[in-house]
Design a protein around this ligand. Structure first.
Ligand SMILES: [Fe+2]
Ligand SMILES: [Fe+2]
Length: 183
């Protein structure tokens, strides 16, 4: 049986994965960069798979995902804006991957995590590590190019935006209560 707090945090992860998949799908559809079309499409699929795995886990534990309107993606988008350039796309995707990975790693390390949840998050963590690798490599190519300084600034801006969103997440009373219960 899931507590209200645990259901909320899992629903938030699910919604964020789904929003991530939809964002990547849009980027995969609209990008003018031929070399980004394949990895963006693949990642769209994997984030949708993560949303599904979390949905199945919630279902297996006898609950229904709650509606979440503020995801990492929506909140980050409000600060950083919709990515227009390739560098913006990569920066935004990278910080979203990093924050997801860090949050999940922190979650599975807690003592009182529901075993089914731990299993799901561990499987997702493996995929997220792969996602960060290709984006990081792609971004490094740009950072060492002619527009290196602009890229460095975009990375810093995306990281600052991500920190703000992450702080807000941990300020949410439901999330705080869950973390107190599970630690
Ligand atoms: Fe994911
Ligand atoms: Fe990912």
């Amino acid at each position: 049986m899931l507590s209200a707090e645990e259901l909320h945090i899992l629903s938030f992860y699910r919604a964020s994965e789904l929003a991530g998949s939809m964002l990547l799908g849009k980027l995969a559809l609209h990008t003018n960069h031929d070399h980004l079309r394949v990895p963006l499409t693949e990642q769209c699929l994997e984030e949708a798979k993560h949303a599904w795995m979390l949905t199945q886990t919630i279902d297996k534990l006898g609950a229904v995902p709650v509606k979440i309107t503020q995801t990492y993606q929506s909140e980050l988008g409000k600060i950083y804006g919709f990515p227009e350039s390739t560098v913006d796309i990569l920066c935004l995707t990278r910080v979203l991957e990093v924050v997801a990975l860090e949050t999940y790693q922190k979650h599975v390390a807690m003592r009182r995590v529901t075993p089914a949840v731990k299993e799901t998050l561990e499987a997702i963590i493996e995929d997220e590590i792969g996602h960060i690798d290709w984006i990081q490599a792609e971004l490094e190519k740009h950072a060492t190019g002619v527009e290196g300084q602009k890229v460095t600034q975009a990375i810093a801006a995306s990281e600052a935006a991500s920190r703000t969103v992450s702080e807000k997440f941990y300020e949410n009373p439901l999330i705080r209560r869950y973390l107190e219960q599970a630690t």
